[in-house]
Structures are given as C-alpha cells and as structure tokens.
Design a protein around this ligand. Structure first.
Ligand SMILES: Cc1cc2nc3c(=O)[nH]c(=O)nc-3n(C[C@H](O)[C@H](O)[C@H](O)COP(=O)(O)OP(=O)(O)OC[C@H]3O[C@@H](n4cnc5c(N)ncnc54)[C@H](O)[C@@H]3O)c2cc1C
Length: 384
C-alpha cells in the first residue's frame, strides 16, 4: 500500500495551488456576485494544461488519470475556487468521449477539452424523474438518419458557458426504451433555457432546459450506437463522484485553514480562542473527518485509474459521501469559530455554505449512496 503521490503529481499539486492562490476566494465571490464567470482562471488553468490532465496525450491532454484531475479540483477548491465545470467537462464528458466516443467524436471534441477551450456540460436530471433514472422522459426519435430530441432537464450547471451539452435521453432500441447520450450544441434550434435562482454563491449557474424537437445528426449519438450508451453513461459516473469529492475536500481544507488561522490569533479572554477546547476540538474533529474523506478519495481514484471499475464504483460512492459530510461539517465549524465574522462576506467562509450543502444532494444524494451501500455492500433488499 502506497499513500504517496508521485513527484509529478506533487509538482502538479504545488503548481495548481499557486495558480489558485493567485486568484483566491475573493475573486470567486466577486465573480459570483457580479453574475460573471471565472473566465480568466479557467483560461489560465487551461493554458497551463490543468483542465486536460486526464485527457489522453494523443489529443493534446496530459495523459493522466482521475487522480490528477482530483488533484486539480482539490487544490483550486482549497484556494477558495471550487470550479464545478471541472466535474462536468473534463471529468464526465472527457471520460465518456475518451472511452466511448467514435473516432470522429474524439477528434472533434477531445483537443478542445484538453485546453479547456471546449466546455461540455451534462444533463441527466429531470423534474419528474429526480433520483429515479428509470423515469427519464426525454426521448430521441429517429427521423431518417437524424434524431429529434424532446423533453426537459433541470439543474443543469454551466449551460451558459458551454458550447455543448451531453444529454441523457431515451431511444427505442430492440423494442425497448434505452438510455442514450447525445452531444447537443447549446445554441441548437429548438433548445431553450431559463436560469434557476439558486441560494449558492457560485459563478456557475443552474438552468432549466427545454428540448422541442431538436434536430441532431446521426454523429451526435455517443458511440454511434444506442447499445453503446449505457456503458458510456456509467463510465462518467465514477469520475464525476471522485472529482466532486475532491472539490468538497478542497473546500473543507480552505474553511479549516481560515478557521485555524482565526482561532490562533483571535483573543477575547487574554489568550487565543483556539486554546479553548470548545473551539479546538470541533476543529480537530472536522480535520479528522476531512483526512478520512481524502484517504477514500485517493483510494477511489487509484482504483479507477487502475481500471478496477467495480471496486472504484463502491469507493467513489463512499468518497463522495464522506467528503460531502466532511465539507459541510468543516464549513459549519469554520463559521462557528469565526463568531459573527463567520457570517460576513469579508471572512469568506459563509460564502461556501450553499456549495457544500448542495454537495450532500448532488450529483447523487447522500440517501441514494446509503441505499447503494445498503444493497450492494451489505446485501439488503431494495425498498423502491
Ligand atoms: C448545485 C446543483 C448542481 C447540479 N448540477 C447538475 C448538472 O449539471 N446536471 C444534472 O443533470 N443535474 C444536476 N443537478 C441535479 C442533481 O443531480 C439532483 O438534484 C440530485 O440528483 C437529486 O435529485 P432531485 O433533486 O430530483 O431529488 P429527488 O430525487 O426528488 O429527492 C428528494 C429527496 O428525497 C430523497 N430520496 C429520493 N429517493 C429516495 C429513496 N429511494 N430512498 C431514500 N431517499 C430518497 C433524496 O435523497 C432527496 O433527499 C444539480 C443539483 C444541484 C443542487
């Protein structure tokens, strides 16, 4: 068992940390509050190769794995810049295209994902289906060699920043409706969107999408065959969960760094408040939960990169669960340690609340992970 990263991975960590710190949480919050995007940070991270670390080298990427992408996501978040688009674009879309795209799809999209110039977001959630994937009602019908896509999606992150959205729809194949994945231009005729008002301080926004007979060429179907789509969809889920977990861990680190610095210097009884166990123990407890989550993230990423997909599936779920709990605890603890300052914008911890809270709901809720563990790890019967 090896708990160390390679020297290259450590260099990546140091370099991304330095980049993230040059921007920092005040930049992230200012962009969010102005309704703007983190365009400069994204462009610089892309130029430096950080957004494409997991994209195959043959397409201009770093040729690394989810371990490397998790390092990028964690370090940017630890600098106060948790970039959700890192999860949807390189982690989900990048993995799906690299592993299951046709030759044409890989040639067309992977070079842009490698530099960050191309952003692809991901749309699975529907208002009526919720966590029940089997109730997805967005359908694609054949029309000659084209497809016509109709339906609705909700909570789709970053559509306004992306050139394409990877849409999970259902198609008829061998007499049954099966999930299939389509690459849809975000300016396609028939696709309209409206923003969802969210209580999260983030430059990346969520959208409702309406597909009204959106016409797509045959080449928009991932893998070129509806039968290829289910494995393609599953291929994206573990990278998504591991990267989300890494971002949560980074956010927890940021919050605990802020809180530790504050507790060590703030004095109201003649000594730093961190000397009081009522302040120090919650911080220590949160730090322990964070380190446990980071261990599981490292294990999940290592299993995934070793091609051990089934074991990685369990570990990715555990990592996502542990990380979202640890991040929520860390941010809440950091606010408490700051007293009233914890709720100010200036001290930069309450601004993380919405994001970490959403991490317990998305991309998969904590209850659905508990269901997964109960059924697949503990062998319990399914109730739904
Ligand atoms: C900030 C944010 C960004 C998002 N970005 C995207 C995106 O880019 N693309 C995308 O497709 N989606 C996105 N989502 C949607 C997200 O994936 C869903 O919100 C999530 O999967 C939960 O689905 P739901 O909201 O419909 O909840 P529901 O399925 O309605 O569940 C409501 C509650 O009931 C619980 N519940 C449901 N079924 C069970 C059960 N069988 N047992 C126990 N408890 C159960 C859930 O855990 C939850 O607590 C995003 C959501 C948020 C908040």
């Amino acid at each position: 068992m090896d708990f160390d990263h390679t020297p290259e991975q450590e260099q990546l960590r140091d370099a991304v940390r330095a980049l993230g710190r040059r921007y920092g949480h005040p930049y992230f919050v200012a962009k969010a509050k102005a309704g703007e995007h983190t365009t400069e940070l994204w462009a610089e991270a892309g130029r430096l190769g950080y957004l494409g670390v997991n994209i195959p080298a043959a397409y201009g990427g770093g040729g690394g794995g989810i371990t490397e992408l998790a390092i990028v996501g964690e370090e940017l978040a630890a600098a106060g810049c948790p970039l959700l688009l890192l999860v949807v674009s390189p982690a989900i879309a990048g993995t799906i295209l690299a592993r299951h795209g046709t030759g044409d799809q890989r040639d067309r999209f992977l070079p842009g994902l490698a530099t960050g110039a191309e952003k692809i977001v991901f749309a699975i959630t529907e208002p009526e289906a919720g966590s029940n994937f089997h109730r997805l009602a967005t359908v694609a019908r054949r029309d000659g060699t084209d497809w016509l896509l109709s339906g609705r999606k909700c909570f789709i992150s970053g559509v306004d920043e992306a050139q394409h959205v990877l849409v999970v729809a259902r198609v008829e194949a061998s007499g049954r409706l099966r999930p299939a994945l389509f690459l849809v231009p975000t300016d396609a005729p028939g696709l309209t969107r409206s923003p969802l008002a969210m209580e999260i301080v983030s430059p990346e926004r969520q959208w409702l999408l309406y597909f009204d007979d959106v016409r797509l060429p045959a080449g928009a179907l991932i893998g070129g065959d509806p039968q290829a789509s289910l494995p393609a969809l599953f291929a994206g889920l573990n990278p998504e969960r591991i990267t989300v977990a890494a971002m949560g861990a980074g956010t927890a680190r940021y919050a605990l760094d802020r809180a530790s610095a504050y507790a060590a210097t703030r004095s109201v009884w003649g000594r730093p408040i961190g000397a009081h166990q009522g302040v120090a123990h919650p911080l220590a407890h949160a730090a322990i939960q964070l380190e446990l989550a980071r261990l599981m993230i490292g294990k999940a990423a290592a299993l995934y990169d070793a091609g051990r997909d089934l074991e990685a599936g369990v570990a990715a779920n555990l990592a996502k669960y542990a990380s979202s709990e640890a991040a929520t605890l860390a941010v809440d603890t950091a606010i408490q340690v700051h007293g009233g300052n914890g709720m100010t914008t200036e001290y930069g911890v309450a601004t993380l609340l919405g994001g970490v809270r959403a991490g317990r709901l998305a991309p998969i809720s904590r209850e659905m992970i508990l269901n997964f563990v109960a059924q697949h790890v503990l062998g319990q019967e399914k109730s739904y």
